[in-house]
Design a protein around this ligand. Sequence first.
Ligand SMILES: Cc1ncc(C[n+]2csc(CCOP(=O)(O)OP(=O)(O)O)c2C)c(N)n1
Length: 621
Amino acid sequence: MSLPLSRRELLKAALAPCVVPLVAGTTPAGAGQGLLHHNSNGAVTGLITGARALVETLLQLGTECVFGIPGAQENELWDTMKSRGLGYLLVTHEFSAAAMADGYARSTGKPGVLCVVPGPGVTNSLSGIGEARLDSIPLVCIVGDVARGDKYRPFQVHELPQVGLLQQVTKGVYAVQNVAEIPDAVRQAFQLAQCGEPGPVAVVIPYNLLIATHKFHSLPLPPPALLFDDDAFQQALRFLMDRQLRTGIYAGLGCMDYSCSLLRLAETLQAPVATSVSGKGAFPENHPLAVGWGYGPQGTRTAEEIFKSVDLVLAMGVRYSEVSTGFYSIPNSCRLIHVDANPDNLGRIMKTTVCVPADAGVFIERALEQSDCIRRPFDLRLQTRIKQLRCLESRTNAEIHAKCAVDPMAFLLALRRCTCPDALVFVDVTLCEHWAAEVMQTILPRTYFNPTNNQAMGWSIPAALGAQRVHPGRQTVTITGDGCLLMSAMEISTAARECLPVKFFILDDHSYGFMQALQKPEFHRTTATILARLDYAALAKAFGVAYQEIAVTCDLEPAIRGALELPGPVLTRVVIDYRNRPIRWIEAVRHRFTKELSIEQKVRIMARVGVRSLDLSPGND
Ligand SMILES: Cc1ncc(C[n+]2csc(CCOP(=O)(O)OP(=O)(O)O)c2C)c(N)n1
C-alpha cells in the first residue's frame, strides 16, 4: 500500500482520533465497531467518515444490494460497502444499474439503490431512472459528485449539473452540502421514494464529504402517515352501499401489497376484478372473479365483456396511463370512484364521479370495516359467465397462427405452464408484451414485471438480474425481443460472472416487429426496422452462459423445462413468427388513433397506402 503521506504526517495521523475510522475502513467487515455505536433505536452515531455514515444508514434501512459502477468520486464508498458487508453488484452500464435497482424494488417492495459516478454515470442511468419515475417505482440513486464547497476547483472531470439532470426524472434530489447531513439525506430519500406515489429520488454527495470525518448522532425519522381523505371516502361509500350498482374493481400497482384485503373486498362486493399491466399479481388471476388485465378493447376479451355490465368502477392505485388504456381507449361511460395516493393523478383521464385521495390499502381496509353495508349476495351468474368467457378466450389463444417457426402465444403459454407460480417474469418492450399481459396468468403479487410507461427497451435483462440477486432460489425468466437484447446484452456477462441463473428467452424475428406492426398499415412499407442476424451460439459462448435454440412450436415445453433445470444462466433463442396473429392492444390503439385523425389526415394516409399498394415490392429496410 502506498499512501502519499510523509512519516511525520503518518505519525500525526495515527495519533489523531479522526483518522482511526479511515484506517478501520480498510480492514475486513466488522472492523471499527468500537467507534460506531449501533443503538437499538437505529441511530447512526460515532466519529466516522461520510462514506461510512452513508453505508451504515443504508444497512439500517435494510438495503441488501447496491447496483452500479465505481469511479474516482466513490471509491471510498465502494470500499466501505465491502468492509461493512453491504452487498453490491458491479454492472456493465449505468442504465442497467437503474434497471437492476428497479427489478430489485419491484420484486421486494423495498427501494432499490444504485450508485453512479457523476457525469456519464448520471446521464447513462437516466433512461432507467425515467422508467422508475413513470412506473412509480421507489429507487434511491446515490451520486458521488465532484468536489464542492471550499474544495471546489473549476474544470473537474465529470462536472455536469448532476442535480439539474436528476431533478428532471426524479421525485426530488437531496444535494448534500455538509458531511453531517448524509444520514438524514439518505433517510429522507428513502421516505420520499416510498411515500404517496412511489418514485426515484437522488442523493448527490460531493466526494470531499464522503472522505471527511464527522461525529455523527443521527436518529431515524418517524414513518410518514398514509394519505386518507375521510370526506371523499364517505362519498365513495354511499355509492358502494347502493346494491343496485353492479361494481367492478380496477386495481393497479398501488394495490400490490394489499392483495389479501383486495380479495376480501372483491368477494364482499361480488365485483369482477381487472388489473392494469403494472397491477398484474395484485389479484390472483385464477380467482373466479378475476377477468384479466384492462377492461376495454385493449385488455382481455373477458374483462371487456364483463365490464360492459358494470355500473360502477372502483379504480384503486391506478392512473389510466396511455399504455394501460391502449391510447386512452378504455370506456368512459359508467360511474367511477378513483382512489390514489397521489391526488394529482385523480380524474385526469377519466370522467370521475368521486375522487378519493387515499392510499389504496387504507381505503380497502376502511371499506371492509363497512362490509355489512356494502356486501352483495353471492353472484353465481356472474362467476359462471366469467368462467365461460375465460374458457373461450383460452381456446382462442391456444390456436396456432404461426406458419413457420414458433408461435408467440404458444411460447408464452408454454413458459407459464413450465414455470412455478412464484417465478419472477420480466417482459421487455416487444410485441409479445401485449400478448403476455393477456395470457401470462399471474396469481402472486410482485411476480410479473413490465416497463410500462417509459417502455425502455432492454430493461428486462438487467431488471431480472437485480431481482435474481436478492431472490437466489426463485426461477427468474425474461421475455426479450432481439432488438431489446441488443440494447443491454452486455449485462449477460454479469449473469455469468455472478452466477445469477436467469433464463433469458430472446424472441428473434430479425427485426423491430413492434415498429413493423405500427408502420405497415400506415405506410405500406417499413423503415429502419430490420436487424442484423446474430450468431447467438457464439454470443452465449463469449458471455460464458449455456445456450439453446427453439425453432418450432412443438419443441417449446421440453426446451423450456431443460433451460429451467440448468443451474446457471441460459440464453435461449426462440425463432419467432409474429405474422398472422392479431394483437388486441395494437388494434385498440389503431382504432382510437384513427378516430382522432382529421379528415385531411385520413385522406392523406389512405391515398399514400393506395398508391404504395400498387408497388409489388415495397422497399423495406
Ligand atoms: C430505448 C427505446 N428506443 C426505441 C423504442 C421504440 N421501440 C419500441 S418497441 C421497439 C422494437 C422492439 O424490438 P424487439 O426487441 O426486436 O421486439 P419486437 O418488436 O420484434 O417484438 C422499438 C424500436 C423504445 N421503446 N425504447
